[in-house]
Ligand binder design. Structure first.
Ligand code: PA5
Length: 432
């Protein structure tokens, strides 16, 4: 993975960046020396290097048992207990996996909304398919996944009987606390622990992410290998010039201080849609505090060039772009010859679709830079487990640095409680 920011230097010069390097470097040290705010939630820093072979084996064994008995695995969770797994699975899987019955199990998701129609439709599918459930909640008390789990648990018990249902349900939760932990103990579900010192949005490399990713058939070892490599690279490079996480966090910070309050994370690869969703949650919940923070938005190009593209080019000047660039495609799709050339596309015939996609990206970057939108690129050679692992660790570290530069606690989310309190009061929950 590499970061390039030449197309942002018209807005913030290299001299200005170097002039403020100490700020980014100090924030990095605050994270790695674990002496800043929220330092009881810094377990993710060393976590990838500490995952043992036994940890991996138990995740892989549970995942393959689930996969063997299931057409569908339903991952029940919200926020950090869901987005990391989905980001990796959707990036790696066949774009039309549910249409390919040989590629089972299909991973479906629940507990991230309270849409009654969604749950109905999911139950409709589960009536007809063999399935397992992975219920994930660190607190074990979040309403959305708890409600979905109550419904799906009952469906599972009715379909398979109590004893067999218990072999189809796995819980991922806190070591000791919360309703889900109590329920899992009572029912005897296989249970994986989310470490105390890892918060939800930093938990993708714990069983929260690893179990669903392994159930989908992907190599969690390679994912973790990528994270370990990035960890080493960052820890070995305490200075701005060599540390891409300090560079990225510092550029964002300088652009923010110039009034660019919105970061548009984009990609020309639709498989990264959910990776961008994961990024939005990571940065949004970590930075958006004390009336500070960059608003993280996302877009997939070319799709959104034909909707948001106009705004990016000519709307209010308040944003910069970070493009997740994938250098190589895995497959080739030939552009067929056409003697008549009615569509006028013969000039493209000897180029690859991937090359054309990259030229679209180049043209877009030039246009947006002309429109005054600084452009940063985070580049990976291809989408695979290793590079996704690198990206995950890179963004986690960048986010911690960024939060410390903004002088907020990047590891809490007090604002999320406000809607819950109102909802409980409106619902008449005892005690509210
Ligand atoms: O990042 C976070 O901490 C949150 O987004 C949580 O992951 C989310 O609120 C779900 O919480 P829980 O796992 O306790 O159900």
């Amino acid at each position: 993975m590499k970061i390039t920011f030449n197309d942002a230097l018209f807005a913030v010069s290299m001299d200005e960046l170097r002039g403020h390097a100490a700020l980014g470097e100090a924030a990095f040290q605050t994270a790695v020396q674990k002496n800043g705010r929220g330092n009881d939630f810094l377990g993710w820093i060393d976590l990838p290097a500490e995952i043992s072979d036994d940890d991996m084996k138990s995740v892989e064994a549970c995942a393959s048992a689930m996969a063997a008995q299931s057409d569908v695995v339903v991952v029940i969770g919200i926020g950090g207990s869901y987005l990391g797994a989905r980001a990796v699975i959707e990036a790696l899987q066949h774009s039309f996996r549910p249409m390919l019955p040989q590629q089972k199990p299909t991973i479906l998701y629940a507990g991230n909304s309270m849409s009654e129609d969604y749950l109905h439709d999911l139950l409709d599918v589960l009536d007809k398919k063999d399935y397992s459930l992975v219920v994930i909640s660190k607190s074990g008390t979040t309403t959305e996944p708890a409600l979905a789990f109550r419904i799906l648990k009952q469906h599972c018990e009715q379909k398979y009987g109590l004893d067999n249902a218990r072999k189809r349900i796995v819980a991922v939760t806190d070591r000791a606390r919360g309703a889900l932990k109590t329920l899992a103990t009572e029912e005897g579900y296989p249970t994986f622990v989310i470490p105390d010192d890892v918060g939800g949005r930093y938990s993708v490399l714990t069983p929260v992410g690893l179990l669903p990713i392994a159930a989908a058939g992907f190599s969690v070892r390679k994912l973790v290998e990528g994270a370990v490599a990035m960890r080493q690279r960052l820890l070995d490079a305490p200075h701005f010039d060599d540390n891409p996480a300090i560079q990225y966090a510092l550029i964002r910070y300088m652009l923010y201080n110039q009034g660019l309050k919105l970061e548009m994370m984009t990609s020309f690869e639709p498989k990264l849609f959910y990776f961008i969703e994961w990024f939005k949650q990571l940065f949004g919940e970590s930075e958006g505090k004390d009336h500070k923070g960059i608003f993280p938005a996302g877009a997939i190009f070319s799709t959104d060039l034909h909707s948001l593209g106009q705004y990016i080019q000519e709307g209010t000047r308040q944003l910069f772009e970070t493009v997740l660039t994938v250098e190589n495609a895995h497959y080739k799709v030939a552009i067929p010859a056409d003697e008549k050339n009615t569509d006028g596309l013969n000039y493209l015939q000897h180029r690859s679709i991937n090359e054309i996609n990259h030229i679209a990206q180049q043209g877009t970057c030039m246009a947006h830079v002309d429109g005054g939108v600084p452009n940063i690129q985070v580049v990976i050679p291809e989408i695979n487990e290793f590079y996704l692992g690198e990206l995950i660790y890179f963004f986690e570290m960048s986010c911690a640095i960024s939060g410390y530069m903004l002088e907020v606690n990047p590891f809490d989310q007090p604002g999320v409680e406000a809607y819950k309190r109102n909802m409980f009061k409106l619902l008449g929950k005892p005690g509210f």
